[in-house]
Design a binder for this molecule. Structure first.
Ligand SMILES: *Cc1c(COP(=O)(O)O)cnc(C)c1O
Length: 496
């Protein structure tokens, strides 16, 4: 299988798409076609473990990797040691509501699902392409990707990683997780501004030919671990397939029965992976795209107008505080039937005017699969309390956005379709907001709130979040958004 850039150009192998992260023309890599599975094919995966299912599905997309290679990566990435609570367990919280818990990895957010395996895919991709330079991963994070990428790449030979996070845009736990990261090949810095500032800054570094030349002299090439990298997306397809099969296995649905899937969305990577699972033939009906007060996607799905010219809100679901959702570019390419000129034109408009619009045909295609909506801060808090009091289920603030939207949809439509809700983070990562949701008391955000939340709810805090405040702080710096290059050079030991 070959991969093409959403903005046109030559097709490349899966491993080169992963190694590059982003196409030379600034586009994102997409598979030329999506493998279709029959009901029988899907059901063959039923008796398998998560790691086996993952190797099978990855093998359909990553055709220049052997099954043995992929099996060795998935076995290591999704081991019980890395995911003590299971890789992606599906929990039934109501008769028709199943929560897909994606936060049992080392950093307690769903980013681990891809970033635990990406280092294996990346280093193998380098070898397959005779790449002898060291790979330096640059990451802009809204909080969770940064830590998951650091954890995945720390001390992986032949790689280094530098992470930028918005100075005021992440939770206390998220920040402490990042600035205490261990490893010889890692670096972290805050950036004054919001996530879009950090992400735009990183995109500029990727596009900077002089910087690339300087790195090349020092035997380094840049790559990306953001969800613009196909190697981030494809492991996420797996858990939607796996969740559906688990629901069949438990007898909650019968194979072939359509389910809806609700996803708390920011950069649009997670929900795009679900679209790909649907395109493979998984019986998914509606994709429910849930936004917080930064509701650019909700409006886009409703009207076909993508307009980033709006106020940016800092919310209690910071990993969704995004106005430029990178993976919408891949969606546009699918909606345009692979017309890369159309996608490139829309991205150009987004870049210059901050707005573009779908024609009627593309809007109809979008709405055939997706519905969008957004939840206010208050609605999010209310559903956290209601779920805990009603079902004994403790949800994080991001998952709450999806639960809230689902609740509103069910009330409005007066029926209750069976729905899988992607749960993207442990509630303990956002302890102050979750505590506030439960009792309405505002607290100063400190690491001790993790223990307080555990004591108050009787839910055990995940081990990686316990004792965060006792770890050594290694990266306390903050840079201006136009001064993001020097700390990377410093990490790499390049003279400036
Ligand atoms: C990253 C993240 C999201 C958004 O996921 P996208 O793939 O960027 O849409 C939602 N919730 C949490 C907790 C996250 O870390």
């Amino acid at each position: 299988m070959k991969y093409v850039s959403t903005r046109g150009g030559e097709a490349v192998s899966p491993s080169l798409a992963i190694l590059r992260g982003i196409a030379p023309n600034g586009g994102l890599y997409v598979p030329e076609s999506i493998p279709a599975l029959s009901a029988e094919d899907f059901q063959k995966l039923l008796p398998m473990s998560y790691a086996q299912r993952a190797a099978e599905i990855l093998g359909l997309f990553l055709t220049d990797f052997t099954r043995e290679e992929l099996m060795s990566y998935t076995a290591a990435a999704y081991s019980a040691e890395k995911f003590p609570g299971g890789a992606a367990p599906l929990v039934k919280v109501e008769e028709d509501t199943y929560i897909l818990e994606l936060f049992h990895g080392p950093t307690c957010a769903f980013k681990d699902m891809a970033l635990q395996i990406l280092p294996y895919l990346m280093t193998a991709s380098a070898k397959k392409n005779n790449e002898t330079e060291n790979i330096c991963i640059l990451v802009a994070t809204s909080g969770d990707t940064g830590k998951a990428a650091l954890e995945g790449f720390a001390d992986v030979p032949g790689t280094s990683i530098f992470v930028y996070y918005p100075a005021d845009g992440v939770s206390t736990a998220q920040k402490l997780q990042m600035i205490t990261q261990k490893g010889q090949n890692v670096g972290v810095s805050a950036v004054y501004g919001n996530f879009d500032d950090a992400q735009t800054g990183v995109k500029k570094i990727f596009a900077d030919a002089d910087f690339a030349a300087l790195l090349k002299e020092n035997h380094v090439r840049l790559s990306s671990a953001n969800s613009i990298n196909w190697g981030r997306l494809v492991p996420q397809v797996v858990y939607y397939v796996s969740a559906y099969l688990d629901a069949v296995k438990e007898g909650w649905i019968t194979y072939g029965e359509g389910v809806d899937v609700a996803v708390p969305t920011g950069n649009f990577g997670n929900i795009l992976a679900c679209l790909i699972a649907k395109k493979m033939g998984l019986p998914v009906d509606r994709l429910i795209c849930a936004s917080n007060k930064n509701n650019v996607l909700a409006e886009f799905i409703e009207t076909g107008v993508y307009n980033k010219n709006r106020e940016f809100h800092t919310t209690s679901s910071p990993s969704m505080d995004i106005l430029i959702s990178s993976n919408v570019e891949r969606l546009l390419w699918f909606l345009a039937g692979g017309n890369s000129a159309d996608t490139a034109e829309k991205m150009q408009k987004l870049n210059s005017a901050g707005i573009y619009e779908l024609d009627e045909g593309m809007l109809a295609a979008l709405q055939a699969d997706f519905e969008g909506g957004w939840a206010s801060e208050e609605a999010g808090y209310e559903i956290i309390r209601r779920y805990f009091e009603g079902n004994g289920y403790l949800s994080d603030t991001h998952t709450a956005v999806a639960l809230s939207l689902l609740d509103a949809k069910r009330q409005k439509e007066g029926n209750r379709k069976k729905t899988i809700v992607a749960s993207t983070a442990s509630p303990f990562k956002f302890a102050s907001s979750v505590l506030f949701a439960l009792d309405g008391v505002e607290r100063e955000s400190t690491p001790q709130l993790i223990d307080e939340l555990a004591a108050k709810t009787g839910v055990e805090a995940p081990a990686p979040l316990v004792g965060l405040d006792k770890r050594e702080i290694r990266f306390a710096g903050t840079v201006e958004k136009d001064a993001m290059r020097p700390p990377v050079l410093q990490m790499l030991g390049v003279e400036q």
